[in-house]
Ligand binder design. Structure first.
Ligand SMILES: [Zn+2]
Length: 266
C-alpha cells in the first residue's frame, strides 16, 4: 500500500483527510463501520470538528473510561495522492459495467476486492471461473448419478456439478424429508450402490439428461424420485437458483425433479 508520509501539501492550504467512524458496540469482534468518507480541512483537528458538526456526533480517536461521551471512534489520516487515487478512481465493473470507486464500494458495505462493483457481481465472476475450470480440466464434471437400493433394486436419479462424493455424502447424512430420504433414514450405508451413469459435457443439458435417465429407470413410479402438486412455487425457486448458481440447483434437485415431472404431466 502507498506510503502515508508522501505527497503532503504545504501548510495553509486545505488538505484532504480520509476517515472512518466505527460504532462502539462491544459485542462485535470487529466494530461496525458506520460512516466512511473524504473531507477537506486545514488540519486533522479541524477536520474532526467539521465531521462532528456535520454529522452531529461526538468522536474520539481513542476510547478511554473518561471519554464516556464519545459516540463513535474515528480513524482519520491525511490523504496522500496515491491513496486519493486508490479511493476515488472510477472503475467499470467487469460484470455489470456499472461505474464505481473503492470509496463508493466501502460506503455501500461491499467488501469484495476484485474488479467488480459489488459482492453480487463478485459471485457471478467466481461462478463463471469455477464452471470454466471444471469444464476445462474435468476435475469435477457435471454428471448424472444413480443410487440403487441393493435389496429392492429401487433407484434414485440425481444431477450435480459438485463432486459426486460430496453429493452422495449429502444424500446419506443431510436428510431433508423427501421420499428418498425417508428410505435412507432407516438404512445402512452399505444397503446402497452409488454410480455415475453419465458425464455431461454441456452443463446446459443437465436437466434434459437427468430427465432421460429418470424416464429410463421409471424412477418416479418405481423408484425414489418424486412428483408434487406445488409446481408454481418450485418453478420460481428453480429459475432463481439457476440464475444465481448452478451449485444451488444441486441442492434443489429434488424440487427440480418434482417441477419437471409435474409440468410434463400437465
Ligand atoms: Zn457490477
Amino acid at each position: 500500500m502507498p506510503d502515508a508520509k508522501s505527497d503532503l501539501k504545504d501548510d495553509g492550504e486545505l488538505k484532504e483527510f480520509f476517515y472512518q467512524l466505527k460504532t462502539l458496540e462491544k459485542d462485535h469482534f470487529y466494530a461496525k463501520i458506520w460512516h466512511i468518507d473524504i473531507i477537506s480541512a486545514k488540519d486533522k483537528k479541524s477536520a474532526k470538528a467539521q465531521i462532528e458538526s456535520e454529522l452531529d456526533v461526538i468522536l474520539a480517536e481513542k476510547i478511554t473510561k473518561k471519554e464516556t461521551k464519545a459516540e463513535f471512534k474515528i480513524f482519520i489520516v491525511e490523504l496522500t495522492n496515491e491513496w486519493r487515487k486508490h479511493w476515488t478512481t472510477v472503475h467499470v465493473c467487469k460484470v455489470c459495467e456499472t461505474p464505481y470507486t473503492h470509496l463508493m464500494k466501502k460506503q455501500m458495505n461491499e467488501y469484495c476486492n476484485s474488479e467488480v462493483c459489488s459482492d453480487r457481481c463478485n459471485l457471478l465472476v467466481r461462478k463463471d471461473k469455477i464452471d470454466e475450470y471444471r469444464l476445462q480440466y474435468g476435475k469435477s464434471p457435471p454428471c448424472i448419478y444413480k443410487i440403487t437400493n441393493k435389496e429392492s433394486g429401487m433407484v434414485y436419479i440425481g444431477q450435480t456439478t459438485q463432486p459426486v462424493t460430496l453429493r452422495w455424502y449429502q444424500h446419506m447424512f443431510h436428510l431433508t424429508g423427501t421420499k428418498f430420504h425417508e428410505h435412507v433414514l432407516n438404512s445402512k450405508i452399505d444397503d446402497w450402490q452409488f454410480e455415475v451413469i453419465e458425464v455431461v459435457k454441456d452443463v446446459k443439458t443437465l436437466n434434459e439428461r437427468e430427465q432421460h435417465w429418470i424416464n429410463h429407470y421409471d424412477s418416479i413410479n418405481s423408484g425414489y424420485n418424486t412428483a408434487t402438486a406445488k409446481a408454481e412455487d418450485k418453478s420460481k425457486k428453480r429459475q432463481k437458483s439457476q440464475d444465481a448458481s448452478s451449485n444451488n440447483d444441486d441442492k434443489k434437485e429434488e424440487e427440480n425433479h418434482e417441477y419437471k415431472q409435474s409440468t410434463e404431466n400437465l
